[in-house]
Design a protein around this ligand. Structure first.
Ligand SMILES: [Zn+2]
Length: 274
């Protein structure tokens, strides 16, 4: 599943390629991708004629600012955007086609069909249910230490589960949760409310560092992820625990283990993260 760094890479790619373009036709081939409006015909009619002014991101959500409306898009497991010439045949995994300036097409592909799009009015954006409960972005000025500490104190569950909770910090998924906890030398099964003040500070720094480096690397490519240019990310070369079970810890030489925490495969070093 794409996490914040991968979605950010998709965002910057799309912005370079389609900013300023006008949507001249729209076709939805798999209706369930469209969460709002209810009727697919309404989506198709409303979006045609609108220009793509900019593309933002919040957590793992892409936010297309159009001339009249806003399109919120969540890629979930396997959603992808592709820009193709109109004459290029589309694959069976293509579910939404937006024609741009009567020349190219922005195509949404999704093998698992879990991704969702909502076309809403600008005024609805701030209070939209998908975005309203999101926690802060994992950046210096977003993730403030005091509210973060308070949130952890209130949670009697594993720190891994809490990092995956989008209401605490937005954008972290399974890969980066493991990398962050390794960086902070915290065992993934530790209860969030048991962390000492210094540990919370170390954890916050690890969140900021890991996410900044992963964004700079264009995200992590495991299996199929590519950005809108068809480029892959490069952060997989920097992974310390994710996908490395059975290999040696780069810090202490011990064997990286894989266990289940919060129903997710979790990688850690039993020595460094004691
Ligand atoms: Zn180690």
């Amino acid at each position: 599943m794409p996490e914040l760094p991968e979605v950010e890479s998709v965002r910057t790619g799309l912005e370079k390629l389609i900013k300023g373009k006008k949507i001249t036709n729209a076709k939805v081939l798999w209706p369930r991708i469209i969460a709002e409006p209810n009727r697919i015909e309404d989506f198709e009619q409303r979006i045609v004629g609108q220009t793509i002014h900019s593309i933002d991101r919040r957590g793992k959500f892409l936010i297309f600012h159009l001339s009249k409306d806003v399109l919120i898009s969540h890629l979930r497991m396997e959603g992808k955007y592709r820009i193709e010439k109109k004459e290029v045949p589309f694959s069976k995994h293509t579910h939404v086609i937006l024609e741009l300036d009567e020349e190219a097409e922005l195509r949404y592909l999704d093998v698992r069909k879990f991704g969702r799009m909502s076309l809403i009015e600008h005024s609805e954006l701030e209070n939209h249910p998908s975005l309203k409960k999101l926690g802060p972005e994992p950046i210096e000025e977003g993730l403030l230490i005091e509210p973060f500490q308070l949130n952890l104190k209130k949670r009697k569950k594993s720190i891994k589960a809490v990092l995956l909770d989008q209401t605490i910090v937005a954008g972290i998924g399974n890969i980066y949760a493991d990398e962050i906890l390794y960086e902070a030398s915290i065992h993934p099964e530790r209860y969030a409310d048991s962390l000492k003040v210094e540990e919370v500070q170390t954890l916050r720094t690890a969140i900021l560092d890991v996410m900044r480096k992963a964004v700079a690397a264009g995200g992590t490519t495991i299996r199929t992820y590519q950005n809108a240019f068809g480029e892959t990310g490069a952060y997989q070369a920097q992974l310390n625990v994710y996908g490395r079970s059975g290999l040696n810890c780069r810090r202490c030489g011990n064997t990286i283990e894989k266990i289940k925490v919060a129903q997710r495969g979790t990688h850690f070093c039993p020595v460094c993260q004691d």
